[in-house]
Design a protein. Structure first.
Length: 497
C-alpha cells in the first residue's frame, strides 16, 4: 500500500511538466499565447451580475483566470475570475468553432483567457456567459494551490501574495479598503487647505523619532546615510519656510522587531499646521478616523481583535498621570523627586530600562507603558507626556515636566502621535544634546543632533500643531485584521534557503 502512495512533490512536478508540454505544443503550432499583446474586454463579472436584466442576451467580451472546469464531452462549465469577482462560462461544442472548442478543452485551471460570448441564464438559474470564442492569453505553468491549503498556509500567503489574491479573493477587500482610506485621507486633508509634499527618504542624520534606523552607504559621496524613521523634521522646516499646512503620506523604515503590529517598513501620514496646537490635532484626528469609518463602512461600530469598538465622535481625553493613577493607584503629581518616582514604579512591578535615566518622567512613562496601555480598548487620547520621552514636543505652561503631546489608543494599540511642536531653538538644542548623550551610552534608538534643524528654528517657527498617524493600523482597525501583514501587500519576510 505504501508503494502505491504518491509523493506530493513528484505529483506537482508531473503537473508542471504536462503544462510545459502543452505550451511547447502550442508554440510549435504557431499559437504561442505569450505573443498576444492585448484583449479588448468590455464587461466585468460584477457589471454582468449587477445589470443582468439589461444585459441578458447582449454580446460581451470578458477576460480573466480560469478557476475551475466542470463537465465532460461536448459541454463544459468554468468559473472565470476577473478583477471584480467570478462569472460562470458555458461552453458548448456545437455553438463554437470545433477547433477552438478542442483547444479550450486542453486549457488548465489558472490559465488566463479572453471570452467572446453573450449574457444568459442557465437552466439552473445561474447568471453566465455563453462562450462563442475563447482565446488563451497566458499559460499558467504552475498549478494553483487548493483553496484549503491557500487559506491555511499564511507563510505562503505573505510570501506569494499573488497566489493569495488568486485563490482567496476575499483577501483583496483589505487592500481595497486600504486604497479607499488613503484616498479619504487625501481628500480630507486637501479639503482643509493642506498641501501634500514629499521629503527625502535618505538622510545624513537619523531624526524625528526614537527608533533604530537602517543604514546604507552612498558610494559617490562616500558617506553613510540613514533611511528615514520619520518625516517630521523636513516637514517642520517647511512650516518655517511659510508653508503653513503641509502633509506627507510616505513609507517609514525602522530597524526594529517584527510582531503583529510592527513591520520594518510601514506607511504614515504626518501633518503640520501653523498657529495650531495639540488640541486642534485631537479634533482633526477624531474627525478623520470617525468619518473614514462612516464613509467606508457605513457605521461607527467596528469589530477588532475580539472587541466591539465604538468610533462615534466624542472620545475621552486623559492625561497620562491620571491614567496611571486610575489604573495603577499611583499619583505621580504628588511625587516630587526622581528617587521617589522610581521607587513608586518598582512598587507596582515596573522596572525602568537600563538605558533610561532614572527620572520622574521616565518612571511615569514606564508605568503607563507597562501597566496601562494594555487596558485601553475604546478610543482614548492619552495626553501630557513627560518631557523625558518627548524631545520634540512643547512643554506644558502649567508643568514644565510635561509636554503638550497625545497618543491615541484603540484596543491597546497606538494609532497616532501628536504635539504642540517645540519651536524654542535653545530648548530644542538641549533636548537634542540629551538624546545624543543617551546615544553615546548605547541607546541606538535615541536621536542625533540636527544642527540644520536648530538653524531653521532660529529663523523662527510659528506655534504649530503636528500629528503622525499609522496608516497600516488604521486599516487594520477598519478591516478587523489581526496582523499588520494582512494589510501590507508585501510584508517583510525572512528569506527561504
Amino acid at each position: 500500500m505504501a508503494e502505491q502512495m504518491k509523493n506530493p512533490e513528484q505529483d506537482l512536478s508531473q503537473q508542471t511538466r504536462v503544462r510545459r508540454e502543452k505550451l511547447a505544443a502550442l508554440q510549435a503550432a504557431g499559437e504561442d499565447p505569450f505573443r498576444l499583446t492585448r484583449f479588448d474586454w468590455n464587461a466585468t463579472s460584477r457589471q454582468i451580475k449587477d445589470h443582468f436584466d439589461e444585459m441578458e442576451g447582449a454580446p460581451v467580451k470578458v477576460a480573466g483566470r480560469l478557476m475551475s472546469k466542470r463537465g465532460m464531452g461536448k459541454v463544459s462549465f468554468c468559473d472565470l475570475q476577473d478583477r471584480e469577482g467570478r462569472i460562470q462560462l458555458y461552453a458548448r461544442q456545437d455553438e463554437m468553432d470545433e477547433a477552438v472548442y478542442k483547444a479550450f478543452k486542453k486549457f488548465d485551471i489558472g490559465d488566463i483567457v479572453g471570452v467572446d460570448g453573450e449574457v444568459f441564464r442557465t437552466q439552473r438559474g445561474e447568471m453566465s456567459v455563453r462562450a462563442k470564442n475563447i482565446t488563451l492569453l497566458s499559460k499558467s505553468l504552475l498549478p494553483l494551490p487548493e483553496k484549503f491549503h491557500g487559506l491555511q498556509d499564511k507563510e505562503l500567503r505573505y510570501r506569494q501574495r499573488y497566489v493569495d489574491l488568486m485563490v482567496n479573493p476575499e483577501v483583496k477587500n483589505n487592500f481595497l479598503v486600504r486604497s479607499k482610506f488613503i484616498k479619504h485621507v487625501r481628500d480630507f486633508m486637501d479639503g482643509r487647505g493642506y498641501i501634500e509634499v514629499e521629503t527625502p527618504v535618505l538622510n545624513t542624520i537619523s531624526g524625528g523619532a526614537t527608533a533604530r534606523p537602517f543604514i546604507t552607504h552612498h558610494n559617490t559621496l562616500d558617506i553613510d546615510m540613514y533611511m528615514r524613521i520619520a518625516t517630521e523634521l523636513p516637514l517642520k522646516r517647511l512650516i518655517v519656510g511659510g508653508m503653513d499646512r503641509v502633509y506627507e503620506i510616505g513609507r517609514i523604515f525602522r530597524n526594529e522587531g517584527m510582531d503583529p503590529k510592527h513591520n520594518p517598513e510601514f506607511t504614515t501620514i504626518e501633518l503640520y499646521q501653523a498657529y495650531a496646537d495639540f488640541n486642534d490635532m485631537m479634533d482633526l484626528f477624531e474627525d478623520l478616523l470617525s468619518s473614514a469609518a462612516q464613509k467606508l463602512l457605513g457605521t461607527y461600530q467596528v469589530r477588532w481583535q475580539g472587541e466591539d469598538i465604538d468610533l462615534t465622535p466624542g472620545w475621552p481625553r486623559m492625561p497620562m498621570h491620571e491614567a496611571v493613577k486610575q489604573y495603577c493607584g499611583v499619583d505621580f503629581m504628588t511625587i516630587g523627586s526622581d528617587e521617589e518616582a522610581v521607587a513608586a514604579a518598582k512598587s507596582i512591578g515596573v522596572e525602568l530600562p537600563e538605558t533610561a535615566d532614572k527620572t520622574w518622567g521616565n518612571a511615569l512613562y514606564e508605568c503607563f507603558d507597562q501597566k496601562v496601555e494594555e487596558k485601553l480598548i475604546q478610543p482614548t487620547f492619552i495626553t501630557m507626556h513627560p518631557v523625558d520621552v518627548s524631545p520634540l514636543a512643547k512643554r506644558s505652561p502649567k508643568d514644565p515636566r510635561l509636554t503638550e503631546r497625545f497618543e491615541l489608543f484603540i484596543c491597546h494599540s497606538e494609532m497616532g502621535n501628536a504635539f504642540s511642536e517645540l519651536n524654542d531653538p535653545i530648548d530644542q538644542r538641549q533636548r537634542f544634546q540629551k538624546q545624543a548623550e543617551m546615544r553615546a551610552k548605547g541607546d541606538d534608538e535615541a536621536g542625533m543632533m540636527d544642527e540644520d534643524f536648530i538653524t531653521a528654528l532660529e529663523y523662527g517657527m510659528p506655534p504649530t500643531g503636528g500629528l503622525g498617524i499609522g496608516i497600516d493600523r488604521c486599516v487594520m482597525l477598519l478591516t478587523g485584521a489581526d496582523t499588520i501583514r494582512d494589510v501590507i501587500l508585501f510584508p517583510t519576510m525572512k528569506p527561504l534557503d
